[in-house]
Design a binder for this molecule. Structure first.
Ligand SMILES: Cc1cc2nc3c(=O)[nH]c(=O)nc-3n(C[C@H](O)[C@H](O)[C@H](O)COP(=O)(O)O)c2cc1C
Length: 332
């Protein structure tokens, strides 16, 4: 069974520039998901910024999948038709976002307790569009039992693929993944399933893939952002011997690509700091590495900090970590 690996969507990180630069340095990813899009207006005129963020239908041969966060069937249809016209093959619907600002309005994972609402929206979307329509969700918002009322809806509406982050919305990113409920859920699902949640290393991957032999597609977020080689490691692909040099080259390219994209706007530093929060995990001292980067305020300070990091700390990757592989730094 071939293993497929998807880059998880990350608001603020997996934008067009990251997708381009990442896929030109690292192997092993089969689909790249955009962060979610919202507020698609009636005329379906994406602002130039949003259109640029949507980017190309593939990067370095890897398919790009746009994602939408919405509870408005008409808005989803407009975006689906637009994406289809642009040449995208798939649109993904976000039913996983856990943040109260989103979820309290019955959007993202906040819609999971309302399977009839999901059904009604899917019914309309499936009739009006022909692009592959996939869903990314959690096991529920308040309770993991919610998934069992959603599965018949996903089966009936024949979505193209269901990615489940094996947590509930209320958990945000804390606590364990609920693998027992995930197991039960996939046994009832008749559309292809994708596992998502806490794959930080090859050994984490081996555990979940032993646990779920029926799954061959895995979505990875934080683990891949921390160790960009992780998909290639999992797939056993050949990897450059000097990994720190590749990481350094990658982060350098990313820096200049963001400066170009944002015309040297200082916001570049904010984006890079957010990314370093994950990348720092794969150095021998994540706290000290991130601290160096966190305090920079200017481009030259950033460049100096990167020099110091690569000079003074060791890139150990996901394989060199002694702990269970879980992140040392907490999420924002
Ligand atoms: C800062 C941040 C931004 C995220 N943005 C999105 C998003 O735009 N769309 C989405 O479906 N999931 C989003 N996620 C969730 C991830 O895609 C993923 O499901 C989650 O991190 C669990 O996978 P992991 O354990 O492999 O990281 C985000 C997570 C974080 C921490």
């Amino acid at each position: 069974m071939t293993t497929s690996i998807y880059l998880a969507p990350f608001q603020g990180i997996t934008g067009v520039t990251f997708r381009k630069v990442y896929s030109s340095h690292f192997q092993g990813v089969d689909k790249l998901y955009t962060p979610f899009f919202t507020a698609i207006n009636n005329e379906m005129k994406l602002s130039p910024r949003k259109l640029a963020e949507l980017g190309s239908i593939s990067e370095n041969g890897v398919e790009v999948v746009p994602q939408i966060l919405s509870k408005d069937a008409e808005e989803i249809i407009r975006f689906a038709l637009f994406c289809e016209k642009q040449g995208f093959k798939e649109l993904n619907w976000n039913l996983g976002c856990p943040y109260p600002m989103v979820a309290n309005k019955k959007r993202g994972s906040g819609m999971l307790p309302y399977p009839e609402m999901v059904d009604e929206i899917l019914q309309k979307v499936m009739v009006e569009t022909s692009i592959r329509f996939s869903v990314k969700c959690r096991l529920g918002y308040f309770s993991p039992e919610e998934i069992f009322k959603l599965i018949p809806v996903f089966n009936k509406q024949r979505i193209s693929e269901l990615t489940i982050h094996a947590r509930i919305g209320k958990q945000l990113y804390s606590g364990e993944t609920d693998q027992d409920t995930f197991q039960k859920a996939i046994s009832l699902l008749s559309v292809p399933a994708v596992y998502n949640g806490d794959i930080f290393s090859l050994s984490n991957f081996q555990k979940v893939s032993d646990r779920f032999p029926a799954i061959n597609t895995w979505m990875i977020g934080r683990g891949l952002l921390s160790d960009p080689f992780l998909p290639a490691i999992i797939k056993g692909l050949p990897i450059e011997t000097d990994r720190p040099a590749t990481i350094r080259q990658f982060i350098g390219k990313l820096y200049f690509a963001y400066r170009k994209q944002l015309n040297d706007n200082p916001a570049v530093l904010g984006i890079l700091k957010e990314y370093w929060h994950y990348l720092a995990e794969s150095f021998d001292n994540p706290h000290k590495v991130f601290k160096k980067l966190k305090k920079v305020k200017k481009f030259d300070e950033y460049e100096d900090a990167v020099d110091v990091v690569f000079g003074e700390y060791e890139w150990v990757g996901s394989e060199g970590k002694t702990q269970s592989g879980e992140p040392a730094l907490s999420l924002f």
